[in-house]
Design a protein around this ligand. Structure first.
Ligand SMILES: [Mg+2]
Length: 376
């Protein structure tokens, strides 16, 4: 496929209830959509992670338009993974000079997703099927999901709504003080019963001392995992000390970047659940290879994701392609950019979704979303 045009669009959807994490609040829901058109007129869609800081979406879109688009326009692309490596290498020194390895990796991830969408459309295959290793019986269009981003305010009401919608697994945001965290945990465990899966995300809120103080209180909730109790860059010995102090499986990965960082995380053996974000680092190319490595090592691959519908579909396809016991993270908060960008998003039933048999990612964004929410 020969690339004719690469564009990035910034969407911002106003929300009534801000999304709270222990490190910051989202007052609107942003998305950076990548649209790549080839000379046959086919279009591939991608999405760039841009949740924080609040002003960051426009900058990332400009990185796509001014740094990456000139490197791709007019090029014959055969293998998106080779293109991902080429773009990473071609911008490596510039990213170092800017001190912006993260935003560059995010922008490249969004482009990678769009190139894979385009490649799978040309192949006439759903992306998960194109990516799946035929030797593995693990691949398949049906994947387990969980309701994520459950805020400290109104946690029980939101979880009850998601339970009604068909979810069977739930992840609560914690790190707001033991009183609030434990009251919410008690309410959620009561609501979902012993069969429901419950996880917590501290979003890097604690130092080791605080984490050691708090983990014993989490013991009685039968948690499937505790996510980012420490900063992603906390010393390895702190992570190790925490693993020794608790039997709750630890999860992280959304704030790791690079094959080497994931390889180190897998071989350190501390994390039970590893969560790369397809729109934040690696795109499809990097995340499929990390996911396979995670599964080989006997760990759980769970895609991290909390953005619009295109990145969600991309995460679903990676999970469907590699299989394993992981679950797709689906934002429980209302965000018009999820279904707006992925109108055919499947309904959740019995804690699962089944990807439809459409070529590519199967996202054909609703044009009304662009008319309503496009800011750049
Ligand atoms: Mg998280």
């Amino acid at each position: 496929m020969k690339i004719e045009n690469v564009d990035a669009i910034v969407l911002r959807a106003p929300i009534e209830t801000p999304v709270k994490t222990s490190f910051g609040i989202m007052h609107d829901r942003p998305a950076v959509v990548v649209r790549i058109r080839d000379t046959d007129g086919a279009v591939g869609w991608g999405e760039v992670w841009c949740n924080f800081p609040g002003c960051g979406a426009e900058h990332r879109a400009r990185l796509v338009k001014t740094v990456l688009a000139p490197l791709l326009t007019g090029r014959e692309v055969v293998d998106p993974a080779a293109e991902w490596r080429r773009l990473t290498e071609a911008t490596r020194i510039l990213a170092l000079q800017c001190g912006e390895a993260g935003p560059f990796a995010q922008a490249i991830a969004g482009v990678d997703i769009a190139l894979w969408d385009l490649a799978a459309k040309h192949a006439g295959l759903p992306l998960w099927r194109m990516l799946s290793d035929n030797a593995s019986a693990e691949s398949g269009p049906t994947i387990r999901v969980y309701a994520s981003g459950i805020n400290p305010d109104g946690a029980e009401e939101l979880a009850a709504r998601k339970l009604d919608e068909g979810y069977r697994a739930f992840k609560l945001k914690i790190g707001f003080g033991p009183e609030i965290d434990l009251a919410n945990l008690k309410a959620l465990r009561r609501l979902i019963g012993p069969q429901g899966a419950l996880m917590v995300d501290a979003n890097q809120a604690w130092d080791l001392h605080r984490a050691l103080e708090l983990v014993p209180h989490l013991r009685d909730f039968d948690l499937k995992w505790l996510e980012e109790p420490l900063a992603a860059d906390a010393p390895a010995e702190n992570w190790e000390a925490l693993t020794k102090a608790t039997s709750i499986p630890l999860a992280a990965g959304e704030n790791l970047r690079g094959i080497e960082a994931f390889e180190a995380a897998v071989s350190a053996g501390i994390l039970s659940v590893i969560q790369p974000d397809v729109a934040k680092w690696g795109g499809i190319s990097g995340c499929v290879s990390v996911a396979r490595r995670v599964l080989q090592a006997g760990r759980v691959y769970c895609p991290h994701y909390l953005g619009g519908g295109i990145g969600l579909a991309a995460s679903a396809h990676v999970l469907a392609a590699v299989g394993g016991p992981g679950m797709l993270e689906i934002d429980a908060n209302d965000n018009p950019l999820v279904r707006g960008l992925w109108p055919a998003m499947p309904q959740v039933s019995g804690g699962q979704i089944s990807l439809p048999d459409k070529p590519g990612l199967g996202v054909e964004p609703d044009q009304a979303v662009f008319r309503t929410y496009q800011v750049e």
